[in-house]
Design a protein around this ligand. Structure first.
Ligand SMILES: C[S@@+](CC[C@H](N)C(=O)[O-])C[C@H]1O[C@@H](n2cnc3c(N)ncnc32)[C@H](O)[C@@H]1O
Length: 257
């Protein structure tokens, strides 16, 4: 049975004496993984028979909710995480800038929780993903299964020691010492193929680029930090949200020449 997304739409009302809108129902969103039993919300219990529907439903207390099937991205957001995953803003940049598509073959590692591997697999023909920790591979395999991803080959092997594949289109590295993988990556990338390295600190990125740039077999294209700034829009109150911009990592891109 597919998971469901249940939403209670927020409601505001203008109060003359306060001269402002006041939230009378707070907007809430729920992910329901198991629809075979009743579900409790702050707006009351939703009977399991209602959870099978799509559209507008009501709780036993008469409160209105919207319900629909969870999409891939709703399910993806709930994957199990052991090591830190690459956030979507950075994954989007990697997918767009390497131009990977349905014919692309990609090597990536460390697999970690499989977040990047799964997103690559959604776009690409095949993904080979390397990981040294068996426990991390198990989590990634579980996440792949939950999302129905079948075109990832998991490998319990260090990327520093060698990459088995040849003439691949893109290699993505999310490793503590990515510069140690440069020789194996050079041997496995096709000419013109992209190397992408993701690091949480700029010191790692600098060490990576300083090892890559002088080589005859690579050029450094760019190193970027992708900044996502969210805005709050409520009538004419339009401003950046008070949430701070969270740092995730730096992306360095190069090309095999
Ligand atoms: C930050 S996590 C990767 C997260 C992953 N990109 C994701 O989005 O879920 C880094 C992973 O690299 C693995 N690792 C460390 N050294 C490695 C190596 N030499 N070869 C392959 N994997 C390695 C670690 O065990 C860890 O799981």
């Amino acid at each position: 049975m597919p998971a469901k997304i249940l939403i209670q739409k927020g409601k505001k009302q203008y109060f003359d004496d306060l001269a402002r809108d006041v939230t009378i129902v707070k907007e809430k969103s729920y992910y329901i993984g198991d629809i075979s039993k009743d579900f409790s919300t702050s707006g009351g219990t939703i009977k399991k028979s209602e959870l099978k529907k799509s559209g507008i439903i009501k709780s036993l207390q008469g409160k209105e909710f919207r319900i629909f099937d969870a999409s891939f991205i709703d399910n993806y957001r709930r994957i199990k995480r052991l090591p830190q995953i690459i956030p979507l803003k950075d994954i989007g940049f990697i997918l767009a800038k390497t131009g990977v598509g349905k014919d692309s073959v990609v090597v990536e590692g460390g697999t970690g929780s499989g977040a990047l591997a799964i997103m690559l697999a959604r776009c690409c023909k095949k993904v080979y993903s390397y990981e040294v920790e068996k426990e991390h591979l198990d989590i990634a395999a579980e996440n792949m299964k939950a999302l129905g991803i079948k075109n990832i080959v998991l490998k319990n092997k260090s990327m520093y020691e060698g990459i088995d594949e040849k003439a691949v289109d893109v290699v993505c590295l999310d490793l503590p010492e990515p510069w140690k993988a440069l020789n194996p990556v050079s041997r496995c990338l096709k000419l013109g193929g992209f190397i992408v390295s993701y690091s949480p600190t700029i010191v790692q990125s600098a060490d990576f680029v300083n090892a890559l740039s002088p080589r005859e077999d690579f050029i450094h294209l760019k190193t970027v930090e992708v900044i996502e700034r969210e805005w709050e829009i409520d009538k004419r109150k339009v401003r950046p949200t008070s949430k701070s911009i969270i740092h995730s990592g730096f992306i360095s891109m190069g090309r095999k020449i």
